[in-house]
Ligand binder design. Sequence first.
Ligand code: FRU
Length: 484
Amino acid sequence: MAVRITNTRYYPKYHIAAPGGWINDPNGFCYFKGKYHLFYQYHPHSTQWGPMHWGHVVSDDLINWSHLPIALAPVDGCDRDGCFSGSAIEKDGQLYLFYTGHLNTPENPEGFRQVQNFAVGEDGVHFSKSLNNPVITVPEDEEIHRADFRDPKVWKNEETGKYYMVVGSRVPDNVAGQVLLFESDDLIEWKFKSIMARVAGNEGFMWECPNFANVEGHDILMMSPQGIKRELNKYMNVYQSGYFMGNFDYETGVFTRGEFELLDYGFDFYAPQITELPDGRTIMIAWADMWQSPMPEQEDGWAGMMTVPREIHVKGGKLVTPPVKELEKLRTSKKVYEDLAMYKATKLEGVSGETGELILDIDLTETNEFEIYLRASEDKTQKTVLSYNKALEIFRVNRDESGAGVDGERECTIAPADKMKLQIFLDRSSIEIFINDGEKVMSLRVYPNADSTDIVFVPKEGGLKIDSLNFYELGVGIPQPVID
Ligand code: FRU
């Protein structure tokens, strides 16, 4: 039995969360037989990380999700201490789930081993583990760490006709993360092909959760590095998630890469996973939390949630990640304002809530600086503060007064321009801020009181002019826990 949820004060209305217990990384994100599936790292028996299962939700539209039974549990010789992260792929009408089996091995100096396994099923609900598991063990190679070897992401290349798998790894002396590449004709027999990419500079000691895709003609290698060192106000989270744009050579198995770029600049975004949809879009979802961060919802019988799904496009040589357009279907009511010019702190009738979507087209021609308070209490002592300073080119989010548990500030660079678009999703204990259609995104968890629902516009230098403001109330997308 899963842990029971005792209070819904922080429980999301439309983001994916577990029906009780702990969750972390998204796994097996895919479109299979007309439905979207998302699996996730799940510990049903407590609100802390523990032996990992794969939880499972399904949706017809990427918006309305239903819970399905646990897909994988750590009960077999190949995964007895955890079914760690992995991915899904369809072949001949069957869905294959590739995942890491975690095995505690006190006889080894590192204390554990990791292997790659798969399970398969045709109804998208029930999965049988392969009798061939493990299908991959760590390659005997002096450049590859013996223990950390996890998070398989599998794809097919139509030109070569083969299947490929990236796996997160590190070098034996622990100083550099790397991605290993495997190749298969049939998803069952796998061959180690290459060290596909490796750290160059301050890019971490271990790369978790690699992903590969070709997006709009550009090869993208994504990963979640552990161990990137803070550089001034950059890389302030304990771990990061980002990508390299480059060129992948299927012959040699080597990825030639550009600079490491972050995928999100907030506090809470980790282990993103991508999938390609039949309509050609590549979309991404991530855990909207961070290792070692406080999670006040643990008091209420649950822990962790996903971000909204985001599209991935290329613009100006970088990825932009706007929210999926399907989210528009969640809108239940709309409030519109046009041509606003504000010179003092302002609240607008009909623009507030613990959930909702706010879209602002801001005119910055005369403005140097502004702030916006989200989830603010009547007396403004509780609030999450967004701010932009055009001269400094800095967009910030501050959660020192956001409520229970959390604090701190994060920032990103936004070049000065005459216009700025903000699209902000609020969902009880989360905020996601999309700047200029996903040019930069900041995701964070916040734990305000339920009645801290005000949105306050706070002009600073030069007033605040908003060409158009749209505020939408949003419906329910994830089953709401029933409290006894
Ligand atoms: C990333 C991660 C993965 C691992 C999983 C275990 O958050 O550490 O590398 O497979 O979580 O739950």
